[in-house]
Design a protein around this ligand. Structure first.
Ligand code: ADP
Ligand code: MG
Length: 301
């Protein structure tokens, strides 16, 4: 298999605003075809990161290179579609007219207007003035506009901020649809479930530091845990200690929580305990949700 094409490579990026260190040695790569989420609470440096790679914020130190370094930033950015501010178009022009203007400025075929309006579900409203649009429609129009030149990568900063639940749902569906067509996506979000629902890869930032970088699925670093109950809690815990897949067991108000270092199915555990003369009255397997892991990753650091 051919190695994945690198769209963007960031190495040891640092940013200081006066005495405030907004980014600390941020390092990550973006490969073609994936959907990346920069996840972190407000103020963690997400927008700063996007601003630097889009050449609107100056880095303090470190490096980044677009498309394997084969292109100047200025040239590379022509292959990037980005929305990092609230969508803004001419209010008294229609959706279609606004997009045609973008085509004119960027020398893009007007045929793209209809294609992209269709993609974001705005064909029916193409002749409505921009000023009559809801925030969700404005955001969808901004996405259509950013996609007019079929960019290699689409970059979005907090794409669902301020939208109602229906608007959020529509935007997420559109992002997934664009990704399914093969466009690489990088989005910043403070919403864990957004990254979980939309992205394949995550970069978790806290106060400018990378806490996690890798597959969204890989964030479930541990194998989950069991909740058990038996009459003799102490005996249960001592028997659990002898199982090779068990990391540790804790007694929490009569319920025993069993943390794992290896994969273990409920059936195997039950059988093992039964063979050691323990009959369970309760057995549930739980997986740490990304939410808990995110809180775990971001606390006290
Ligand atoms: P996020 O997008 O994750 O909310 P930002 O990148 O906007 O975070 O901000 C990271 C940190 O840098 C914050 O502490 C913020 O207050 C600070 N910051 C951002 N922009 C500026 C600026 N232009 N001048 C000074 N400090 C800034
Ligand atoms: Mg931001």
């Amino acid at each position: 298999m051919k190695p994945l094409e690198t769209i963007l490579s960031i190495k040891n990026l640092n940013k200081r605003y006066g005495s405030l260190q907004a980014l600390k040695n941020v390092t990550f790569d973006i490969h073609k075809g994936n959907v990346y989420g920069i996840l972190g609470p407000n103020g963690s440096g997400k927008s700063t990161t996007l601003g630097i790679i889009l050449n609107v914020v100056n880095k303090t130190s470190g490096e980044y290179s677009w498309f394997d370094g084969n292109m100047q930033t200025h040239e590379a950015l022509k292959k990037v579609g980005a929305i990092i501010e609230r969508p803004n178009f001419y209010p008294y022009m229609t959706a279609k007219e606004n997009l045609e203007l973008v085509c004119k400025i960027k020398s893009i075929n007007y045929a793209k207007v209809n294609e992209k309006l269709e993609l974001v579900g705005l064909v029916d409203r193409q002749d409505s003035k921009f000023s009559t649009f809801s925030l969700g429609m404005k955001q969808r129009l901004a996405i259509a506009s950013a996609l007019l030149n079929d960019p290699e990568i689409l970059i979005l900063d907090e794409p669902t901020n301020g939208l109602d639940p229906q608007g959020i749902h529509q935007i997420r569906d559109i992002i997934k649809h664009i990704a399914a067509q093969g466009t690489t996506i990088l989005l910043a979000s403070h919403l864990l479930d957004e990254v979980e629902k939309v992205c394949t890869h995550a970069l978790v930032l806290r106060k400018g530091e990378v806490l996690y970088s890798g597959l969204v699925d890989g964030m479930s670093v541990n194998q989950g845990f069991f909740e058990l109950r038996a009459d003799d809690t102490e005996n249960l815990i001592s028997v659990l200690k002898t199982h090779p897949a068990v990391k540790n067991s804790v007694n929490e108000e009569g319920k025993v929580l069993v943390y794992l270092k290896d994969k273990l199915e409920p059936k195997e555990l039950n059988q093992f305990l039964f063979e050691n003369n323990i009959v369970l009255s309760h057995l549930v397997k739980r997986k740490n949700s990304l939410e808990e892991q995110f809180l775990e990753l971001t606390k006290n650091k």
